[in-house]
Ligand binder design. Sequence first.
Ligand code: AMP
Ligand code: MG
Length: 493
Amino acid sequence: MTSQPPLFQFDNTYARDLPGFYVDWQGAAVPDPKMVLFNDDLADALGLDAASLSGTDGAAIFAGVSRPEGASPLAQVYAGHQFGGFSPQLGDGRALLIGEIIDRQGQRQDIHLKGSGRTPFSRGGDGKAVIGPVLREYILGEAMHALGVPTTRALAAVTTGEMIPREGTKPGAVLARVASSHLRVGTFQFFAARSETDKVRQLADYAIARHDPDLSGENDRYLKFFRQVIERQAALVSKWMLIGFVHGVMNTDNTTISGETIDYGPCAFIDAYDPAAVFSSIDHGGRYAFGRQPTILQWNLARLAEALLPLFDAEDLDRAVALASTELDRYPELYKAAWIKGMGQKHGLESHQDDDVQLFEELLSTMTEQKADYTLVFRKLSEAVNGNDESVKTLFADPARVSTWLDRWMQRLATEARPLDEISASMNRINPIYIPRNHKVEEVLSAAERADYAPVKTLLAVLKNPFDERPGLEAFAEPAPTDFGPYQTFCGT
Ligand code: AMP
Ligand code: MG
């Protein structure tokens, strides 16, 4: 008999290098693991054999029931500020890191399960996940990836054959996700809160080796590492703001070191442009409202700075604070520059002029006032470039409110070096026609709760090419019908 090659070429640095930062753990037994969705493209990018993993064997592995050769499943510990209050002890309460592999690009990736049962960090929770939130994370993560936003990704979704108590009962499920690491601001906070400076340093060195290897030998590597995290996160949140994404629960345990979007819970895309938009049922104060995300991120980065202070200067705390403040003070400008550049591209502009920001803000406030659909307005602007401004005007309750703006914008476009048809084509590569519309997401999740998975597969196929308008898919581009009402999302744990 010839022996089969292992399904994964695991190389588990977290398990190996960071004892004391996790507990070894196993997934819970479940009655009937079944594959619901398997991401062939991602499997291929990871160098995995889709044929061996997309069936029964894969279902048992991704449910957490069977342990593939070379895996070292573990639950990571972390802390975090949740809605502004510090929880010193969080951690993977329903998740497991099963191991790390190197993808085809040479990038190290975590293979992680969410919903695989209780761990020592479960607190009062049951350690489980249910089909709706699992598929929601799958859909939103894959949509964000296709939209060019750094994110964790979904490799597989399995059902477990259990019914889990959640407003009645719901089918149990597990999400297998892939991330360039699961290091969070909260991971640093856990050890900093316990004054375990050696562990904070060990973690920072691990993070540097993984995400910023160029800094490894440098004396001031911790400060430079902090700078890199700020830059990645500023770039990330600017992308959220440009695409109209509301994360919904920007706690410090949901803020990554890698700069990837993580933990899709009560998130949603805005319809009308509205800085005050809040979808999460538990975000009563609007702390994580759409327009507050850049500010909240800065607050989270300040919490990271606090955790890292002893690494910036162990002897002189005042100096450490001054160094950290200098870095943090750069954030507003970094964010703003990324947002202005991105907004310019959405408007078809390559050059920058002083009053551009005013032009952008005027359109945005008219959209808010007129409840115009954010995604469609930008998409239809490209038609206005070519002389047809009717389709964009009809998105405003009072089309006259946008007419003068359109004239000013066309005059501004005339100062650009590129021909108009090129500008219009470039806008269609930046402004999507298909986003995960809230009503569509709800529709496919309801079907999945009845074990009808055809609609979620169709939606995923649409969202895979968000910039490429195709005939027959008009319904996926439409905003929610008015009878859909105000949208509310739930943590869905
Ligand atoms: P999240 O809101 O998903 O970012 O999770 C916040 C914290 O709550 C993390 O420590 C999770 O592991 C934990 N948690 C969420 N849901 C559950 C659950 N059903 N069982 C145990 N722990 C959970
Ligand atoms: Mg989380």
